[in-house]
Design a binder for this molecule. Sequence first.
Ligand code: HEC
Length: 146
Amino acid sequence: MKHSLWLMVFTLMLLSCKESTSEEAVAQNEPFEYDMYVPSEMANLMNDMYDHNLQIKQDILDGKQPKEFPEEFLKIHSAEFTKGKGRNETFDNFSKLYISTQKEIYNPDSEVDLKSRFNSSINLCISCHQTECTGPISRIKKLIIQ
Ligand code: HEC
């Protein structure tokens, strides 16, 4: 029982980017926190952005123009982080860049082809993740259209 609990804890750490929080928790001897793992508002938003971009990728591969910029993505500017993480200047700069490239996908006047615009926005997900949350990068890379 104890072992499977720890296995779950480590899986969650790999899936999200909770390395630092877990080290703190271990140091403070508070392993029970993991029983109540609740993803942060930001983690939920990120997972939604992932799913939505997977759909956009499929639309592009099917030759369809993605319809409308998902306004809920703007929550990136205000959503609450996992405990122990916080907003900083790097995050704010990357999130603005990310939102502007994601909006370009829906710009009918763009002279850049759709696939390159989509890949630029996914590359910004990756760039931001390289600064502080490297765990999901290999998953995000799967969104890139080859
Ligand atoms: C401006 C920086 C930034 C951008 C841009 C960004 N992310 Fe994130 N991402 C983060 C941070 C920080 C977290 C951790 C949030 C938390 O734990 O509260 C995170 C967490 C995640 C997670 C893990 C969520 C979980 O369950 O713990 C996934 C998956 C993810 N991002 C995918 C993406 C995808 C896909 C994109 C682009 C469509 C993207 N991210 C764009 C910074 C960013």
